[in-house]
Design a protein around this ligand. Structure first.
Ligand SMILES: [Fe+2]
Ligand SMILES: [Fe+2]
Length: 326
């Protein structure tokens, strides 16, 4: 679903002939491909960003997967099932894109399961009611789209191409979420209050999805120069607020922010202070569901061991028969 505000290593521009040629290609909007020369820091930054993004897609299946058996109608169940499967597919494209940079899938999965890799903080919040599925589609996938549309032009070819396909699916996710919210808001007062409660709980964590404020995001210079990242965290966050507030008002809902107001001079919605202490706490593993999420992933990995073993045994057998025939 989404890449947490990336923390590219702050790297000084590479003045070697290869480094200069590389930067010129980036400036010319040429795509860098797996076998092309690239600075080591560029490779490391991409591995970290793409793998964090892949982990977020996979962990992101959990809060919504929790509601597949309880979806209120067959139509809702089919749409939710398709959405959760899409997220699994996004994770797979992204692991494959990261592998083109010379890291193995096993290593990446191990980093997630041992808690060494990060994933988006948003998935450490619980889904308490059906309305949360609406709020997640509308806001979490909505925030993901804001973050990911610029990544379709990322300088690294395999990542950019994966993002084009992912963004198409994310826009379906956003619409199905908003449609759930619309149905609830046009339903009984009880349904509308479920939608309001979901918005109240998800709004601030969604604003945190864009990462720390620009004043504290020390690593984005290199990513901007390499054209991995094109907009700042604060710029994307503002775009998201400007797009989402009128949508919430159309639903007849209010936002849990007493300072929210439209500024006619700039044409932007001004919002209150984000609780960055909560953000850091959740990222550090102390969110409401961090332990539960990792435990679920570890169990899935253990339960799937026989599939990996069978696939490896099958591949070894095929290799042996090809060799025997040669
Ligand atoms: Fe996704
Ligand atoms: Fe999504």
């Amino acid at each position: 679903m989404y890449s947490q505000a990336l923390n590219a290593q702050t790297a000084v521009a590479d003045a070697s002939p290869e480094g200069v040629r590389f930067q010129a290609r980036v400036e010319a909007e040429d795509r860098i491909e797996p076998n092309d020369w690239m600075p080591e820091a560029y490779r490391r930054t991409l591995i970290r960003q793409i793998s964090q993004h892949a982990h977020s897609e996979i962990v992101g299946m959990l809060p919504e997967g929790n509601w597949i058996t309880r979806a209120p109608t067959l139509r809702r169940k089919a749409a939710l099932l398709a959405k959760v499967q899409d997220e699994g597919g996004h994770g797979l494209y992204l692991y494959a894109a990261a592998e083109t940079l010379g890291v193995s899938r096993e290593e990446l999965v191990d980093q997630l399961l041992t808690g060494r890799a990060k994933y988006s903080s948003i998935f450490n919040y619980p889904t308490l009611s059906w309305a949360d599925i609406g709020a997640i589609g509308w806001l979490v996938d909505g925030a993901a789209i804001m973050n990911q549309i610029p990544l379709c032009r990322c300088s690294y070819g395999p990542y950019a191409r994966a993002m084009i396909r992912i963004c198409r699916e994310e826009s379906f996710h956003q619409r199905q979420g908003y449609e759930i919210m619309l149905t609830l808001c046009r339903g009984t007062p009880e349904q509308k209050s479920m939608a309001q409660d979901a918005l109240n709980r998800w709004w601030w964590p969604c604003l945190m999805m864009f990462g720390p404020p620009d004043s504290q995001s020390q690593h984005s210079d290199a990513s901007m120069r390499w054209k991995i990242k094109r907009f700042s965290n604060d710029g994307l966050r503002q775009k998201f607020v400007d797009a989402s507030v009128p949508q919430g008002h159309y639903l007849g809902l209010t936002f849990p922010d007493p300072e929210l107001r439209f500024d006619a001079a700039t044409g932007h919605w001004i919002f209150g202070e984000i609780d960055w202490t909560e953000f850091r706490r959740v990222l550090a593993g102390e969110g409401p569901c961090n332990r539960e999420r990792l435990a679920a992933r570890r169990k899935a990995h253990e339960d799937g061991a026989w599939v990996r073993e069978a696939a490896l045994a099958h591949a070894a057998k095929r290799c042996a028969s090809v060799r025997a025939a040669a």
